[in-house]
Design a protein. Structure first.
Length: 256
């Protein structure tokens, strides 16, 4: 159960070279790809293509296919694209005629830029989550000197989400066993009482979990059975990204 919880969200081949990389290398590398994309203007569009190809190569090496990526990306990208789709209609300046509708050229450029950056950033985050277990990700952030308060809060949120989900599952089973089938608005009050009960039961169980952690020696940091080690393959991974993307980003800017 503990191993299954530890690897929640991980996809692809756990034995792939990408999965075996040090979490710090993946955090820095994928964040670097996003940073290159975010800092790239539309006129330097070859840099976007290079970032996309780099992400595609990482996904292929990790054996993560579109069937895994799309359900996770669609939570973010379509919302951003939908919001950006209104920009060509409201932006001023020169326009192009698309049938009966006039679209701003600057607005179309903004739409394309936002779509490219949002897609690359979302893909980078999805690949990071699909190749790195969340506890390992937090450990990597700690070793990279991320604010300790943020990593502690994120760690407890991750653990207690499953506590709350377990309590909700038990309450749902209890309601189903009592033939509770809400059919009209008059029964909404029962749902409110259920939410209140879920909060109280989750709070009480959270206290028991914390007391159990303290009894086992918890002093603000989670014990680790393995220590992170930055190996040659991690350095080669980062070096390949830097030597590929940074010069191309500079050349694309100069050429444009």
């Amino acid at each position: 159960m503990s191993a299954a919880l530890h690897h929640t969200g991980v996809a692809g081949d756990p034995a792939s070279p990408i999965h075996r990389l040090d979490p710090r290398a993946k955090i820095v590398g994928l964040a670097g790809i996003t940073l290159v994309a975010v800092s790239t203007p539309l006129r330097a569009w070859p840099a976007f293509l290079a970032c996309a190809l780099a992400l595609a190569g990482i996904a292929a090496a990790a054996r993560i296919g579109p069937a895994t990526v799309w359900p996770r990306v669609r939570v973010i990208v379509p919302l951003v694209v939908f919001a950006a789709a209104f920009v060509p209609f409201v932006r001023g300046g020169p326009s192009v005629q698309a049938g009966p509708v006039a679209l701003s050229e600057a607005g179309l450029a903004t739409f394309a830029l936002v779509t490219a950056k949002a897609t690359i950033g979302a893909l980078g985050a999805v690949l990071l989550g699909a190749t790195t277990a969340f506890p390992d990700l937090l450990h990597g952030l700690e070793r990279l000197r991320a604010p300790r308060l943020l990593t502690v809060i994120a760690g407890f949120m991750y653990r207690y989400v499953f506590v709350i989900a377990d309590e909700a599952r038990r309450m749902r089973t209890a309601l189903a066993a009592r033939a509770y089938r809400p059919r009209h608005l008059a029964q909404v009050a029962a749902l409110g009482r259920m939410v209140t009960g879920l909060f109280l039961r989750s709070y009480e169980r959270g206290e028991r979990v914390y007391v159990a952690m303290v009894a086992r020696g918890y002093a603000g940091t989670m014990p680790r059975l393995s220590v992170l080690a930055f190996r040659r393959t991690d350095a080669l991974f980062l070096g390949a990204l830097v030597l590929t993307l940074v010069p191309l980003r500079v050349l694309a800017e100069v050429a444009s």
